[in-house]
Structure formats: C-alpha cells, structure tokens
Design a protein around this ligand. Structure first.
Ligand SMILES: C[S@@+](CC[C@H](N)C(=O)[O-])C[C@H]1O[C@@H](n2cnc3c(N)ncnc32)[C@H](O)[C@@H]1O
Length: 217
C-alpha cells in the first residue's frame, strides 16, 4: 500500500524547521483550543468507514478521538512532530494507529483508493499548493469516501474579510493563515466533481470550521 515517501523542496525544509520549533510547545498551546474541531472532524470522517488517513497529523492530538476498530495512518513533514505522535501512541496504547510516516501531503505514497476518508486538520492553509494536496486526498480516497478539513477559513467579503487580509502577513509569520477562504476549496471541489456536504462552524465561536466533502461514486 505504501511507496517511497517524498519530502524534498525548499518550502518543505522551511516548514520542517518551523515545526521543529513548535513541537515541544504545540500541545500546550493547541490541545484545548482545537479539541472540539478535532472531535467533530474525526466524527465526520468516521461516518465514511474505518480506514482513515490523517494528513498533517502533527503531534497526534486527534488520534485518541477515533472509535475502536478504526485503522488510522498519519503522515506529516515534520519528524519532530511525529516523534511526539509516536510517543502518544506508545504511552496510550493506541492500537488503531497503524503507521506514522514522514511524507508530503502533495506526494502521498499510498495506492489509489486506499482510505475511506482523509482528514486534514489545521493543514490545508499551510500547504503552498493546496489544490495539489486536495487532488492527492481525492486519489487515495475510495469512491463515495470523504475528505474532511478542519481549519479557520477567512470571510469571503465584508469588513471582517478586510481585517483578515490586513493581518494576513503577520499571521503568516507565526504560522497561521487568516485570509484563506473556503470558497477556494469549494471551487476545487466543483472542478473535480466532488460534493461539498457542508461547512459547519465550531468552537471557539465559529472561528474554526469543518468542511465536509464526498468523492463521487
Ligand atoms: C498546525 S499543525 C496541525 C497538526 C494536527 N493536524 C493538529 O490538528 O494538531 C500543521 C501540521 O502540518 C504539517 N505539514 C505542513 N505542511 C505539510 C505537508 N506539505 N505535508 C505534510 N505535513 C505538512 C506540519 O509539519 C504540522 O505538523
């Protein structure tokens, strides 16, 4: 099922450096903040079946939310983040986690239709070519399977959209994206015959959203 992982390229080197710095403090900063979105994303993905790919799994904050009997693989560019995910799997005895690999989500080393769903939490806005990542998700999901994203998505228009655009350069510096819009992903979905099933606001105050999509078939 797995072929040689690919992780080269200048932007991937920068990303790995950034997350080498984040890894020791990541859980302290993000665990409680992202828990409701992570639980909602896992629940939405698990409706499609038990074989799940966590793209950009990071330190594995969401791994404990999968139902018993799941078969979860996780990939991430950052070995430092994955080390922490592996530690959780070991300490908490997560037997449903079947592999944690260094891999670029734009070049997945999995065969076509390997998974019932792909979950990407707080990832897609960090990828330089998000459409390439989405196309890889589509390739490795079975027909009728799901692609579930959890993220902050910027407003399409109005005063808040303007604020998000103004603070975007600052957000980029701290590894966030304020102005990436869900409509960009919805446009990709339309072009690729993928059904958008919903965009649901979640904690805190609707700031994070769950975008659910379904591959035709
Ligand atoms: C904000 S963290 C989110 C981690 C995890 N999904 C969570 O919700 O806690 C983003 C993660 O995406 C990973 N990442 C960024 N670009 C990636 C890429 N092209 N391929 C694989 N992982 C990537 C980073 O290394 C980092 O671990």
């Amino acid at each position: 099922m797995l072929s040689e992982p690919q992780v080269a390229g200048p932007s991937t080197v920068l990303m790995r450096k950034a997350y080498a710095r984040w890894a020791p403090v990541y859980d302290v900063v993000y665990d409680k903040l992202t828990e409701p979105a992570a639980r909602a994303a896992v629940e939405a993905a698990s409706l499609h079946g038990s074989r799940i790919l966590e793209a950009g799994v990071g330190t594995g904050l969401a791994l404990g939310y999968y139902p018993p009997g799941s078969f979860v693989c996780g990939v991430d560019l950052s070995e430092d983040m994955l080390k922490r995910a592996r530690g959780k799997v070991r300490r908490r005895g997560f037997s449903h986690v079947r592999g944690l690999q260094v891999m670029d989500v734009c070049h997945l080393g999995y065969a076509d239709e390997s998974f019932d769903a792909v979950v990407a939490q707080f990832l897609i806005t960090l990828v330089p070519d998000p459409e390439a990542a989405l196309s890889e998700f589509l390739r490795v999901v079975r027909p009728g399977g799901g692609i579930v994203l959890a993220n902050h998505f910027g407003q399409d228009d109005g005063p808040l959209a303007r604020v998000e655009e103004i603070v975007a350069p600052l957000c980029t510096k701290i590894g966030w994206s304020s102005d990436f819009k869900a409509s960009r992903i919805e446009a990709w979905a339309r072009r690729n015959g993928v059904e958008v099933q919903g965009l649901k606001p979640t904690f805190p105050g609707g700031f994070f959203k769950i975008l659910r999509m379904r591959k035709a078939g």
